[in-house]
Design a protein around this ligand. Structure first.
Ligand code: G3P
Length: 297
């Protein structure tokens, strides 16, 4: 189990500079924000109305899963979510691949609602286009920052991607901790160094496993350590770009993200449904209800 160091004074100081999650009078006003990782308004609406979430993240896979079969349907679905959530943020992801097309699509998505945050994949997408410029995502983030359009730098898998996205002007960065664990389960070398941060270390476009620089620890914890590492670096340099923990697979990882110092946790609705339950809570309540029967006489 992930066992992070205590919050450093730098992390505490950084959190104090972040926007409040709740009203000043609320006891958890400085808590990390909780978003729904979904494009399905039927999942989102009850969570929002109950005050459980204060933002939403979507991606093309989630939009397709929610039933959109065309760009027009996708935009209608996203607009409905933006209206429901306003003024809270909703991340809408770019699907275009060139800077020109991405910037045009960003304008189109930003026009859907003033609470739209444009999700920009960091990188050049060279598995999709071998000739692509590896700095494509960073250039788009930079340009959108100059246009005062908020961005969520997505598909982040190591700390340099997060740092450069912040440096380009991203409002938040999304490390995908669950996918790190998935990748590790399939590809990591048992005898290699812990972590699968995968940094490009030579001139050739190959990636190599490396240890996590700041965190160390066991290989099973790599996804959570990635988030802790980014938070630590951002705190050291007082970087106010928010760290949005994405690709969360279970409630244990939610606890790990709270311990790691994430600013935002985006969570699938099915996982949120399980966070308040515990078998001992159920058994305890069964006994209390049985004993309370006497009061209804
Ligand atoms: O916000 C997108 C991210 O959370 C996707 O996660 O489950 O597809 O790895 P997943």
């Amino acid at each position: 189990m992930f066992n992070p160091a205590q919050f450093s004074p730098a992390i505490q100081q950084r959190r104090r500079g972040m926007p409040l999650t709740h009203d000043q009078r609320h006891p958890a006003r400085a808590a990390p924000r909780i978003f729904a990782d979904s494009a399905n308004i039927r999942d989102i609406e009850p969570l929002y109305r109950a005050g459980i979430i204060n933002g939403v993240t979507t991606n093309p896979t989630l939009v397709k899963k929610a039933g959109a079969n065309s760009w027009q349907q996708a935009k209608e679905m996203l607009t409905e979510i933006l209206i429901l959530l306003a003024p809270n943020p909703v991340s809408l992801e770019l699907t275009a691949l060139t800077p020109e097309a991405m910037l045009a699509q960003a304008q189109e998505l930003a026009a859907l609602g003033s609470n739209a945050v444009i999700k920009v994949p960091v990188g050049g997408y060279r598995t999709v286009d071998t000739n692509a410029d590896p700095l494509t995502g960073l250039k788009v983030i930079r340009e959108l920052w100059q246009q005062r359009i908020h961005t969520n730098a997505t598909l982040v898998f190591n700390t340099t991607q997060a740092f450069w996205a912040a440096n380009a002007g991203a409002s938040c960065v999304s490390p995908f901790l669950g996918r790190v664990a998935d990748y590790l389960a399939k590809h990591d070398d048992e005898l290699g160094s812990p972590g699968n941060s995968l940094y490009q270390t030579g001139r050739e476009a190959r990636f190599h496993n490396t240890e996590y620089v700041a965190c160390g620890g066991s290989r099973q914890d790599s996804g959570s350590r990635l988030v802790q590492e980014i938070v630590t670096v951002f705190a050291h340099y007082d970087i106010r770009t928010e760290v949005l923990a994405a690709s969360i697979r279970n409630p244990a990882q939610l606890t790990e993200m709270l311990l790691a110092g994430a600013d935002i946790l985006t969570v699938p609705a099915a996982i949120l449904a399980g966070v308040a339950d515990h078998p001992l809570t159920d058994l305890g309540m069964q006994a209390f209800c049985a004993d309370a029967e006497v009061f209804s006489r």
